[in-house]
Design a protein around this ligand. Structure first.
Ligand code: URA
Length: 209
């Protein structure tokens, strides 16, 4: 079963509360999403492998640490996942960024991929899929499957707010994928919104409501 890691650092909780507030406007909302993503990235990369490297300081030669092992990739799910990209890139500027776009088929209600462009060396990277709201889990589970179908084996999911239903769906379909969240909310309402949630993340990021 995949791990669910709730990143409830006080700064993250404080910033999530600002996002939840319906009076928070798009500019501040975007800034706070970026800040939370950066804090979550810091936590999620805690276990990256290090290796010894030789460096010469202005004073002496020494051994220091550098990130070793697999490089990182970031894959936001369009459109709301875009809001989390810069926060990740602030800390891992060498990460490559792919994009996945999905829509829901009105007849079957199944997610259909309309866009998927991954880094050329994605299969050699640790991939972080970004989606601020893990609601039913349908989009995230499908996006992860599309990425696996391209040969990627190491995938993490990073969301700001999750509903238990979404966590369960991803855990059942992708038990190998760790899920990082800032808050686990109560439930979904009849419209598929997370309660209490923060409303439509894409609309709030881009002022489209
Ligand atoms: N997507 C959102 O943006 N918000 C929700 O509450 C659920 C899905």
């Amino acid at each position: 079963m995949s791990n669910v890691i709730v990143m409830d650092h006080p700064l993250i909780q404080h910033k999530v509360a600002i996002l939840r507030n319906k009076e928070t406007g798009s500019k501040e909302f975007r800034e706070i999403v970026e800040e939370i993503s950066m804090l979550m990235c810091y936590e999620a990369t805690r276990n990256l492998t290090l290796e010894d490297i030789e460096v010469e300081t202005p004073v002496a030669k020494t051994t220091a640490k550098a990130i070793a092992g697999k490089k990182l990739g970031i894959v936001p799910i369009l459109r709301a996942g875009l809001g989390m990209v810069d926060g990740m890139l602030n800390l891992v500027p060498a990460a490559k960024v792919g994009h996945v776009g999905l829509y829901r088929d009105p007849d079957t209600l199944n997610p259909v991929e309309y866009y998927c462009k991954l880094p050329i060396d994605a299969i050699e990277r640790d991939i972080f899929v970004l989606d601020p709201m893990l609601a039913t889990g349908g989009s995230a589970a499908s996006a992860i499957q599309f990425i696996k179908d391209k040969g990627v084996t190491k995938i993490h999911l990073m969301c700001l707010i999750a509903a238990p239903e979404g966590v369960k769906k991803v855990q059942e379909e992708h038990p190998d994928v760790d899920i990082y969240i800032a808050a686990l909310d109560e439930r979904l309402n009849e419209h598929g919104y997370i309660v209490p949630g923060l409303g439509d993340a894409g609309d709030r990021l881009y002022g489209t409501k």
